[in-house]
Design a protein around this ligand. Structure first.
Ligand code: MN3
Length: 199
C-alpha cells in the first residue's frame, strides 16, 4: 500500500510564495485522494507490491481493467511525492556544482534555463506539469506533461517539477500563473534536485 508522506515543513512554511490554505488542501485532499484511489485500483491485482516507478514506467504492462486508474492516480501520487521535497522555506537562488555546470552546458546559463522553463509553464494550455528531466545519456531537457503523461514512461528521470494545475495556486493567485511561477523560483530546494541529478 502506498502512503501519503507528511510534509517536510509546516503548511505555512512557504508563504508568501505558496499560502498555507493551498498547501493544506493540496496535501490533505488532493495528494491524499490520489494515494487512496491508487491503493484502491491496485488492491487484489498483480500490481500489489510493485514500486510506483515500476507501475508508471511500463503502463502497457498494467492489467487493462485498472490501467487508466493506476496511471491517473499513480502519476498524481508520484508527482506530488517529488514536488514537496523539491521545495523549501530556505530555498536558495540557484543550483551549484555539477548540476549548475550541466544546466549552463545545455541552456547557456542559469538565467536562460529559468526563462525557458518559465516560458514552458506560461504557454502550457490548460493544466499540467513542467519538468526538468534527465535522459539516459545524462542530458538535460525541459518537458511539459499533461496530466496522464509521465517522464518515466519516456525513460527520463524527473529532477524538478512545477505543478501548473490551478489547484496549486488558484486561491492565492487566481489566474496570475506568472506570479505563482515567479514566486516558486524562490523556494526551490536545489540540494534535493542536485541529489536526484547525481543518483
Ligand atoms: Mn497538484
Amino acid at each position: 500500500m502506498f502512503e501519503l508522506p507528511d510534509l517536510p515543513y509546516t503548511y505555512d512554511a512557504l508563504e508568501p510564495h505558496i499560502d498555507a490554505r493551498t498547501m493544506e488542501i493540496h496535501h490533505s485532499k488532493h495528494h491524499a485522494g490520489y494515494t487512496k484511489k491508487l491503493n484502491t485500483a491496485i488492491e487484489w491485482s498483480d500490481c500489489e507490491g510493485k514500486s510506483i516507478e515500476e507501475l508508471l514506467r511500463h503502463p502497457d504492462d498494467l492489467p487493462s481493467d485498472i490501467r487508466q486508474g493506476v496511471i491517473n492516480n499513480g502519476w498524481g501520487y508520484y508527482n506530488h511525492l517529488l514536488f514537496r521535497p523539491s521545495l523549501s522555506p530556505d530555498g536558495w537562488g540557484q543550483p551549484w556544482g555539477d548540476l549548475l555546470a550541466a544546466i549552463a552546458d545545455t541552456f547557456g546559463d542559469f538565467g536562460a534555463f529559468q526563462q525557458a522553463f518559465t516560458n514552458k509553464a506560461l504557454s502550457l494550455f490548460g493544466s499540467g506539469w513542467v519538468y526538468l528531466c534527465q535522459d539516459q545519456d545524462w542530458g538535460l531537457m525541459i518537458k511539459r506533461y499533461s496530466f496522464q503523461e509521465t517522464p518515466l514512461k519516456d525513460g527520463y528521470t524527473p529532477l524538478l517539477g512545477l505543478d501548473a494545475r490551478e489547484h496549486a495556486y488558484y486561491l492565492a493567485y487566481q489566474n496570475r500563473r506568472a506570479d505563482y511561477v515567479a514566486g516558486w523560483w524562490n523556494i526551490i530546494n536545489w540540494d534535493e534536485v542536485e541529489k536526484r541529478f547525481n543518483s
